[in-house]
Design a protein around this ligand. Sequence first.
Ligand code: HEM
Length: 455
Amino acid sequence: MVTTPVDLDYKQHPNNYKLAHIPGTKGLPLIGNVLPFIKDMLADSRNRVERFGEVSRFVIADQTGLLVVGADNYKTIMLDRESNFSAEMGYAQQLGAFYRGGLLLLDFDEHRMQRRIMQQAFKFTTMKHYMDPLNERFDHHLLRWPKDTEIKFYYEIKKVLLDIGSRIFLGEDEFNQDAELVNHAFADVSGGLGSVLRFNLIGTKFYRGLKGKATLADYVARKIPDRRAGDGEDVLSHMCRERNEYGEFFSDKEITQHTTFLLFAAHDTTTSVLSHMVMYLGTRPEYQERLRQECLALNTDELDYTDLDKLPEFERCFEEVMRLHPPVPMSMRRTIRETELGGHKVPPNTLLFMPTCYNQRDPQYWTNPDEFDPSRFDEPRNEHKNHSYCYHPFGGGAHKCIGMHFALMLSKCFIFHLLRNYKVTTPPGYSPTLDWVPIPKPADGVPITLTALEN
Ligand code: HEM
């Protein structure tokens, strides 16, 4: 019997607003503290820690809760030894309309049982099969990107990653009408997620988002019988063939919910990390060359699965980029029962806003925390080991990112094909404004010029 500790409908169990005993601010009428926070999450979090400490009363539009930072607090919340924190209730208002039933919107026993659906798809033995399409698609797209003229990297890689997603996650062989339909529907859902006015009225982004969600669900549902009967190595096929703890196939509804959430969880995050990475490679030509030499030393045109652990320079760079610019800028939780955080009593049903950036630049753990310095992840410094929760770009505990190894593999493969064939240049003195929401990224879309290397 699957149990959840509360009836997880946030409308029937509203958030707790009684937090006057905890220091903090209400912010402006209607919008609360949102403006300084989305402008610069790091500066605002630091400012609040100075004024109020690691836990402070905080309002984002109609959501009142607590802004929580601090490695010890994150350890308590993410490991959640006493089942005090609900991810579903934390994310319900923000993601519920589109991704109810996705892994991050499930808790405890139900979450544990449902997470099994993805275990096979993200095992090392299965992930080997994703290398061929990754090599082939990155090579294909990079060959077609314009050379010796400026392109906006962010928009180009976004399209490429949608194509990769439709092949590796959904098992589509080639770009066809279905892939186009999926891409449009996916873009509509993203638009709906970002809409402030959430009324289901024709013509609004929210309305289009909900239609997009229905289109995606319908598309996945149509594929299920075929994928279940076949022996495909794509993620959807694995999920269709996976069985729950009673030995039964997961239901079509479950498969659909997990697949649509997976596309969402995978896409913007990898787009974000690659955009920041290319920004650093463009502005640091000598560093770019070091990574290129590492790729060339493998002496191969295609990255093999066994090559993945032969790129340590790349890994340090990837880790440092995610430390400075975490692709998931904030996690959400809601308390289930009274608990304690940062020395304050926190009542049940209290929303917790948890920006990723603060701990990852906390000078208690990191030297010169605002500087790009990949060697901090190397021996003997190992700064990421100074606390088990000073570095958590992939989260931690039960909800730790299931796609973490896939994200690393995909990023390695892309950078490998990019650097061994092209020089990447950004405009002189390039120093873009950085967006924190909806996706952390250089605001100008990262203008770069690719020049073919002579082989
Ligand atoms: C650099 C890329 C990525 C980053 C930084 C990232 C980060 C995260 C974080 C922080 C969480 C936990 C959120 C929380 O606890 O509130 C998470 C969960 C998740 N991620 Fe990722 N992610 C990335 C890529 C991916 C990819 C490529 C996939 C799929 C292939 C994926 C699938 C998921 C899923 C399914 C969850 C929910 C897990 C659960 O609730 O059990 N992510 N991710």
